[in-house]
Design a protein around this ligand. Structure first.
Ligand code: SF4
Length: 338
């Protein structure tokens, strides 16, 4: 347990948390929407600080990050809790589970990451925003040890927390669900508005971080052609056409088991729409694809991928060795044998 960041004390021992757009007012003895920030006698505490539920090295491609440090391993950590309540959550045992994790100090997390042969740490599986204090302390130490840090997030976070942690982050994957359709998100995730996610992406980008975006297309209910097109157009106009985008296949999970997996042809159609709109790096996820990183100009393969990971890089500095186009790829300092 650690005293929380980003809250204010109100009258009668009430507090207001300003970590995420819920901005919960929390009475003494109560917790916020995320279930892991508790008001004890007028002080807000993060209960997730000493509740680590996973620590394992993953290929960075699994986050997914396809244009960042390809072929490296990210030591992946999580704690219980989430500020969204997705009925289709793939990690619901973790995100909605009890606070039964281990107490592991940030320096020991960093040590475990190094010993596992990882080049960085990912804050993932559940929502890193709600274990912000643990992520912040760990990320600072990880940078001192030369590791990278990446968030895999729903993007539901306020601006000031982004600004505070940005110097210690290197890349962010922001996960949309159902192409950000607000009716879908309200019904299936309990989220009142998706606007804060758009604002968070702009802020992460303004802070100079590498940003990739995923969109979980849920058949019948989340990810109509219209909403997918709207999301694509927003990405082109805001973080820009060089932003890598991944369309993800839905599989039945948690409380949504009566829908089939997404038809792959629907994902392929979304990919074509995105490429037609000008997006330069479009991938499919949760399907058996190699997802090479090709030059958007001449289609020369820049990063060849097997199903298990990445092969060698084919780059001239950060340009295509064939046509000279600048490639949006970062984190190369952590890639060996480039
Ligand atoms: S982090 Fe948790 S307590 Fe804070 S505003 Fe968000 S949901 Fe509420």
């Amino acid at each position: 347990m650690k005293q929380a960041l980003f809250y204010e004390e109100l009258e009668k021992s009430e507090v207001q948390c300003h970590l995420c757009p819920w901005n919960c007012r929390i009475s003494e003895g109560d917790r916020g929407v995320c279930g892991v920030r508790e008001n004890r006698e007028g002080t807000l505490y993060s209960l997730s600080y000493d509740n680590l539920t996973s620590g394992t090295p993953d290929p960075i491609e699994k986050k997914p990050l396809f244009n960042f440090a390809p072929g490296t391993k990210a030591y992946s950590i999580s704690t219980p809790g989430c500020n969204w309540k997705c009925k289709f959550c793939q990690n619901w045992q973790l995100s909605q589970g009890p606070l039964n994790g281990q107490s592991i100090a940030p320096q020991d997390i960093v040590k475990a990451a190094i010993e596992s042969g990882s080049q960085g740490i990912s804050y993932t599986y559940t929502e890193p925003t709600i274990f912000y204090e643990l992520a912040y302390d760990t990320a600072k130490l990880a940078h001192e040890e030369g590791l990278y840090n990446t968030f895999v997030t729903n993007g539901y976070i306020n601006r000031d927390p982004i600004k505070k942690i940005a110097p210690y982050l290197d890349a962010v994957t922001v996960d949309f669900k159902g192409s950000g359709d607000e009716d879908f998100l309200e019904e299936f995730a309990g989220v009142p508005s998706v606007d804060p996610v758009f604002e968070a992406i702009k802020e992460y980008k303004a802070q100079g971080l590498h940003v990739e975006i995923t969109d979980l297309i849920v058949p019948e209910v989340g990810g109509s052609e219209g909403s997918t097109k709207e999301l694509i157009d927003w990405i082109v106009d805001n973080p820009g056409k060089e932003t890598p985008v991944h369309f993800l296949r839905f599989y039945p999970a948690h409380k949504v088991r009566d829908l089939p997996p997404t038809d792959v042809s629907k994902l392929e159609k979304a990919k074509r729409m995105a490429e037609t709109a000008g997006l330069e790096y479009v991938y499919l996820g949760n399907v058996r694809r190699k997802n090479q990183l090709n030059c958007p100009e001449c289609e020369t393969t820049i990063v060849s991928r097997s199903f298990a990971g990445s092969g060698r890089l084919n780059l001239d500095g950060n340009r295509c060795p064939n046509c000279g186009k600048e490639i949006n790829i970062s984190g190369l300092e952590w890639v060996k044998d480039k």
